[in-house]
Design a protein around this ligand. Sequence first.
Ligand code: TYD
Length: 427
Amino acid sequence: MLLYDCVIFDLDGTLTDSQPGIFACTKYALEKMGLPVPPEAVLRRFLGPPLAESFIKYCGMTEEQAAFATGLYRERYIPVGWKENKVYPRIRALLSALKERGVYLAVATGKPEHTSVEILRYFDLLPYFDAVAGPTPGDLHADKGALIRRVLPAGKRAVMVGDIAGDIKGAQDADIDSVAALYGYGEKNETLAAHPTHAAESPQGLCDLLCPDMDASKGFFVTLEGVDGCGKSTQAAALKDRLEQFGYTVRRTREPGGCPIAEDIRKIVLAKEDGGMCAETEALLFAAARAQHLTDTVLPAIARGEIVLCDRFVDSSLVYQGMARGLGMDWVKEINRPAFREGAPDATLWLKMSHEKALARRLAVSQPDRIEQAGEGFHAQTEAGFSELARQYPHRFIPINADQEPQQVTEEAFSLLFRRMKERGVL
Ligand code: TYD
């Protein structure tokens, strides 16, 4: 049985790591007022309590100045600051597991209620919550105990989870238990001195306390594919950031390469001067690098519950060696057996772009490697090859329009991938 059937969470420093956005907006407000920016140790104290209170306490402002500073802060926070935020790892899985078990979930935060709802919606956390309470406009000194009471249902065994002493005191005020989230921003000694009922050193510790029988995190293997120059590397970097913001642990890697032995093979197989390499050698080298990469990097990361984001994988061999070099799909599949069994990707983001456009883009910025030096006919076949694989593996391929601006490509790729991950229970 679970310890509690009602869990009320603080937002900043408990569900999300909002430090970068809050620091940047606080600095913005102080600089606009021509005031000195306090050192980081002091800025950390702004994380959690109502903003106006911190401006008064740490910057010596009057009530009016604090209200003005809060307005300036929002000038930056509303368009950009709130997105400079990260869901802590495991939080999405915890909320989902608690919800599944019928636990009543709420948020009681010092952050304005409207903004809090927007943040929860943006990170796709809002659907887990039955209620959200935060200060409403003009309510600069929201009292945590009162906020908790606003979302507290009658007759439940309730607990408040928060990272600062104010959260613990608020829980006592509302007459419920509390958990100190020691991974947040609160001064550990101060938070503990408020006598929380429990303490969690990490988000995983919170899971162990509130839902000890929840599943370990599920790994997911994502590959990125497309013709040479379609922008995979840029997208891999941007997708890693987005997934991390949403609370996932991401291992970015690439092929050929991704571990020391496979990186050595990469040097041989892509060497510009090696024009005499026969197609079979090329295919076997790619397959050899892949077998090692799966063993050393991909499979261990998936076993740890991470999201593996791999720039090219076995589909590149099917297309480049199997089709464009004419070695045949069956043989290429045979030499890549692990990639169709325990090492099969869960999803393949296919960045769709014409080979002419992609190669022109690529050659504008870098020297061609041995494979990029292959002729026009070869590259036309790679474009056709990916279309063919998308038809053969519709459950795995996710086509993305790569002709858009890079940011739009990232948005499309992320939202389709995130939907696929949720469908597969990867939280
Ligand atoms: P990569 O470094 O990923 O280049 P790009 O940034 O253009 O994707 O890959 C190097 C080249 O290797 C690329 O032209 C595709 C080719 N390749 C194969 O032919 N077969 C394979 O199995 C892999 C992984 C890559």
